[in-house]
Design a protein around this ligand. Structure first.
Ligand code: DGJ
Length: 739
């Protein structure tokens, strides 16, 4: 899959994509030539080289042809005639930041090497190849290695960069992108996910302009505001058609994804750790490896890009143990009780849950000593005997006796100031003690850049996980870092706090999962504040939002599904009026929305009447029927309009499909609605909801017809069944041979 010729032109390819760059003869700098749909191998790619001597160029010493300002680059640096933003910036002992990384060597390996301490894609020798290009700084003993992995089954290139200090002095890394390359034109729209608490992952799409546009986080987490993802699509791109480049960073901390369009319409695309508040002391003999970036390309529109990400994450990022395994249907007590619960209440909830067919009870926030509101007790992971007098092992045992699994909430990265841990070790808190240390939700952030702190929390969690039968942990994180200062690190290392913090988080995940390998972890950060591929490596599902309203969830889950597989999106059915927006939707719609996610409940089942409990039992049966299809199939966003949303999942073998159609408000005298399907098998027929047999060509070209066909006046409109507000319909398609 990786070809290199004598002229040092590299072509990384599979049947779906090609990625080409070369080594420039005089400078040894890497020149980017192409990334896009697969092209045939050629003897030379020199015809892709573009040169134009323009007035006003700065040129490298002794070279009249190479102004890097006008050359498409693979990993640009400062100090080599380019005025655009670099991918790497190093401060040298003299105080300058001028680098020149020259090609030294390359190697190609079957499979891929492991990056220590970071989440990453995985592959086997049989299904991927990695190219490692080594460059050496002309002025120092700094070595830069660029990694490119290509899988046989994915239209994606995985990139990362590593810098090694082979010298005897310390250098300061000020920036190290994971990937950078220059696209030859700017006729694109930028698509990304944005939002805030309770309205995460809303899709935004805007035309590129000349200059820099950036999506980023400076909050210590990938954040509710932006997601470490962006796409560039041609202006006419639809869900199913059009060229799209997708970028995603396998990282959960501060990131930056940017496009810089220059005055010659070249679009420099970059993604990596955010240089904001970042500096890394690279001591002699040490190295620094960036997180991995995923670059993907498709001509099949935004949905094609989504499917590229979904397949890559399912096949090469998420723990394979969980990818196909049906996740337990849970009931979480948060919206049912908030902090106000007793053992008895929880056991009653478990009993009703079991009667409905639910499989696991998750005890959320409030189970540990003194935690009766959000002002106290984080970091004191010992059971509150007032609420749970017989202890957690006993509660878990009783819940298991009811026939349910047991899950427990933790917020491992936080500390409340009234805890013994804080009082004994105030320096465990992030922040400069002489200056403002802000609280967020009345809590402080533990200094996870300090391994001792990580170990202390690990010991507390492990003590519980080893004595209580727990199958699932909800790992929450409810505030951002606004004063990144660690009293554990030296003054020179304070620029490392954000990155070391997230490495500490990953380390705790590793430790927990090494000791408790069968534990299912759902990540959460006040809802979707850390919904990113970094955490998916450890936790195969993420609580997508604290907003459980079915209408709001249509936007949130549509946005999340642009990048993340449905099997990773946590969605629950909650009570009405909804606690976040006060809306009353039907139980059917709430169920039909949650069906396209990892399914669960978050309400007091004991407040429901018999008919509602019966409906829940039905929903659970429906979920069991389709969960494997939803978890492993190809997802299509069929419609994403203000009033109507439609989702489709088609199984990989195209034998079955599931459509969810949601109408927010009813309209009188509606236009006809036809929902064209896609991705079905050719030249065959499908039974729709066990009844009508429709050909696949008709379903794809005419569509599912959503209106009833009334042909006479015997059914006046007031006698018909109305499509009320908040209505939804589910269609299951089963492939059949035509009679
Ligand atoms: C924020 C989470 O997103 C909620 O689901 C819940 O776990 C609360 N934290 C508990 O404090």
């Amino acid at each position: 899959m990786i070809e290199v010729n004598q002229a040092l032109e590299f072509h990384i390819k599979n049947s779906k994509v090609s990625y080409i760059f070369r080594v420039m003869e005089k400078t040894g700098i890497l020149e980017h030539l192409y990334f896009g749909a697969a092209i045939a191998s050629e003897k030379s790619y020199l015809y892709l080289v573009e040169r134009e001597l323009r007035t006003g160029n700065n040129l490298l010493t002794g070279d009249y042809t190479s102004s890097l300002e006008h050359i498409k680059q693979e990993f640009p640096v400062y100090g080599t005639t380019d005025f655009r933003y670099p991918a790497i910036s190093v401060k040298y002992p003299a105080g300058d930041t001028i680098s020149h990384f020259r090609y030294q060597s390359h190697r190609i390996i079957a499979g891929k090497e492991k990056i220590s301490g970071l989440p990453q894609t995985f592959g086997k020798k049989e299904n991927c190849e990695t190219l490692i290009v080594q460059l050496q700084d002309q002025y120092s003993k700094l070595v830069l290695e660029l990694f490119y992995t290509i899988f046989t089954d994915s239209a994606s290139i995985i990139r990362s960069a590593q810098i090694k200090n082979n010298g005897s002095e310390t250098f300061q890394i000020e920036q190290l992108a994971s990937a950078s390359f220059d696209l030859p034109d700017n006729d694109y729209e930028l698509v990304h996910l944005t939002g805030a608490w309770a309205r995460e992952t809303h899709i935004e799409r805007k035309q590129l302009f000349t200059g820099r546009q950036e999506i980023s986080s400076t909050r210590g987490a990938s954040s509710h505001i932006h997601n470490p993802f962006m796409a560039l699509c041609r202006p006419n791109t639809t869900e199913l058609l059009g060229e799209v480049y997708g970028f995603s960073l396998i990282y959960s901390g501060n990131f930056s994804a940017q496009v810089e369009v220059d005055t010659y319409h070249v679009s420099r695309c970059q993604i990596g750790i955010n240089p904001f508040q970042f500096q890394w002391q690279l001591a002699p003999g040490t190295s620094f490896h960036s997180p991995e970036a995923v670059l993907t390309f498709t001509k099949k529109g935004l949905n094609g890009m989504s499917q590229n990400f979904h397949d890559l994450f399912r096949n090469h990022l998420i723990n394979q143990k969980w990818v196909k395994k049906e996740r337990p249907i849970l009931v979480n007590n948060w919206e049912a009780t908030y902090f106000d619960f007793t053992e008895e209440k929880i056991l009653r909830l478990a009993q009703s849950a079991k009667e409905c067919g639910i499989e696991m009870l998750v005890l959320d926030d409030g189970w540990f000593k003194g935690r009766n509101n959000d002002e106290t007790s984080l970091g004191n992971w010992q059971v509150d005997e007032k609420k749970i007098p017989n202890g957690l092992p006993n509660l878990s045992e009783k819940i298991h006796q009811v026939g349910l699994k047991f899950g427990l909430w933790f917020e491992p990265e936080m500390i409340s100031s009234d805890t013994p841990l804080f009082q004994k070790n105030p320096e465990y808190r992030l922040g400069q003690s002489q200056k403002n240390i802000s609280h967020g939700r009345n809590q402080y952030v533990l200094d996870f850049s300090n391994p001792e702190v990580v170990e202390t929390i690990f010991q507390q969690m492990a003590a519980i996980l080893s004595t209580v039968e727990i199958e699932y942990v909800k790992w929450d994180m409810n505030r951002y870092i606004s004063e990144a200062y660690s009293s554990f690190l030296s003054k020179e290392q304070q620029g490392e706090v954000f990155h070391r913090y997230i490495l500490g988080v990953y380390n705790l995940y590793e430790k927990i999962l090494t000791k408790f390998p069968d534990l299912l972890i759902e990540s959460c950060a006040g809802g979707g504040g850390r919904f990113d591929p970094g955490l998916l490596y450890y936790a195969p599902q993420t609580w997508a939002s604290d907003d459980t309203d079915a209408v709001e969830r249509l936007k949130i889950q549509s946005g999340a599904s642009m990048v993340y597989p449905l099997s990773t999106i946590g969605g629950h059915i909650s009570a009405v009026p909804n606690h976040q927006v006060g809306r009353t939707t039907t139980l059917k719609m709430r169920g039909d929305v949650a069906l396209f996610s990892t399914f669960g409940y978050e309400l007091d089942l004991n407040q429901l009447n018999a008919a509602e409990k019966q409906e829940i039992a039905q929903q659970i049966q429906t979920y069991h029927k389709y969960s494997s299809l939803i978890q492993t199939g190809d997802f299509y966003q069929l419609a994403c309009e203000t009033n109507q949303v439609a989702w489709l999942v088609v199984s990989k073998n195209k034998q079955e499909a599931l459509v969810g159609f949601y109408q927010i408000l009813a309209q009188p005298n509606q236009p006809y609605v036809r929902l064209k399907l896609t991705g079905l098998a050719k030249d065959t027929s499908y039974q729709v909801n066990g009844e009508k047999l429709r050909t696949s060509s008709s379903l794809e070209n005419i569509g599912l017809i959503l209106n009833e066909n009334y042909t006479d006046r015997t059914k006046e409109y007031w006698t018909r069944q109305q499509q009320h507000d908040f209505s939804s319909r589910i269609f299951h398609l089963q492939q059949m041979q035509p009679e």
